[in-house]
Design a protein. Structure first.
Length: 382
């Protein structure tokens, strides 16, 4: 599906909020299943790997039995025809005149040839079976390595966010206090020097301005390191604050945020991943679609969370290579949590990305019970 708002059906799917199906920046009134269905409508068919895999396995098994049935049917029909028309006697009468060429020995020769071809086919079958097993082993190894890479990427992102949180806290607690103290001391100097020492008074004002400027810069750094309100008020409030900030930066663009579902009890990794996805999507809007209509839709189903960011800007040609790493980073974040990431765009028809992430991603696995733990210790002792 293309991210275009020119076609009515596509416009309703990519921009459901503007069509009136979802209110502006409140919990969506549409049913949750309908929200998830709308998200699934923009996803390609490979979004359902399990169903596709089962159908492919069934399609591979069907020709084997069909071919075997054809061979058995042809053999039975041939045997019946040969018995009905006495094929051996006919073959003998036809080849009796060419006795000098030993054509009467042709049937056993053909039997030997058939047995040889059967042996040849069996050998090729064993080789093909070995090759399939080898490829399956390589695929399993590749899947294991990919899972390890995703686990390491997830751990790296978690460590990065932990360090960012620590730096934000240190900047706020340490530098913020000292800057406030400097600003208060400079204000005291300003008051004492007013009317007596003009130069000292001017320098104190300059010091206060510098402290205020540095405090604002540190506040911006803290907001970049850790989203405001994410830990205290939750993901929807943090996203609302983020969108409000972009409304101030891009007054010519129109932003709409809709949230459907309960986003409590999510892991910190999942919360920050969803926030970074929206943040990166809005950053791309600021680069390529500064006067467009942007819609952010966040929905939670029982087993997964879907986030979609769509705009009606100039769009891009997905067939051409892209220099930036933003989309690659977004995909890595989503896949590190076991999710799926898809984009849709066309030149002149806007841009859309949709991510689906398991709702339990990032949460610790349930610990084994006492019986299972005792069994594991017994196995390790053996």
């Amino acid at each position: 599906m293309k991210a275009s708002h020119k076609n009515g059906r596509v416009d309703r799917e990519l921009f459901p909020i503007a069509q009136g199906s979802v209110p502006n920046r409140v919990s969506a009134t549409a049913p949750r299943d309908d929200a998830v269905r709308r998200m699934h409508s923009v996803m390609p068919t490979e979004s359902l790997p399990s169903l596709a895999k089962e159908s492919n396995d069934a399609e591979r098994r069907a020709p084997v039995w069909r071919d075997l049935a054809c061979v058995l049917g042809a053999t039975i029909v041939a045997g019946a025809l040969f018995a009905r028309f006495d094929f051996s006697e006919l073959a003998y009468r036809w080849t009796r005149s060419a006795e000098r060429f030993q054509l009467d020995e042709l049937p056993p020769t053909l039997v030997v040839l058939a047995l040889g071809l059967a042996w040849f086919a069996w050998r090729r079958y064993r080789e093909a079976q070995s090759e399939v097993q080898r490829r399956r082993a390589l695929e399993e190894e590749a899947e294991h390595l990919l899972a390890e890479n995703r686990r390491l990427a997830n751990q790296a992102l978690a460590a990065q966010e932990t360090e960012r949180r620590h730096l934000a806290r240190e900047l706020h607690d340490e530098l913020g206090q000292y800057l406030n103290a400097m600003s208060l001391d400079a204000g005291r100097i300003r008051d004492l020097s007013a009317g007596r020492e003009a130069e000292i008074h001017r320098l104190s004002l300059a010091l206060m301005q510098s402290a205020t400027h540095v405090y604002r810069e540190i506040g911006g750094m803290i907001r970049k390191l850790r989203p405001i309100g994410l830990d205290e008020f939750g993901l929807p409030t943090a996203l609302e604050h983020c969108v409000d900030g972009w409304r101030e930066r891009l007054p010519d663009a129109t932003f709409t945020l809709a949230v459907d579902g309960d986003f409590d009890n999510l892991s910190d990794t999942l919360n920050i991943t969803l926030y970074r996805l929206v943040q990166e999507g809005l950053t791309n809007v600021s680069k390529f679609a500064r006067t467009s209509r942007v819609e952010i839709y966040l929905a939670r189903a029982p087993e997964e969370i879907v986030v979609t960011v769509a705009d009606d800007g100039p769009g891009v040609d997905l067939a051409k290579p892209r220099k930036g790493l933003g989309l690659i980073g977004m995909r890595e974040r989503v896949e590190a949590l076991g999710g799926e990431f898809h984009i849709a765009s066309e030149v002149g028809s806007g841009f859309l990305f949709c991510a689906r992430v398991p709702a339990q991603a990032g949460l610790p696995l349930p610990t084994s019970g006492p019986n299972e733990a005792a069994a594991d210790e017994a196995k390790s002792a053996k």
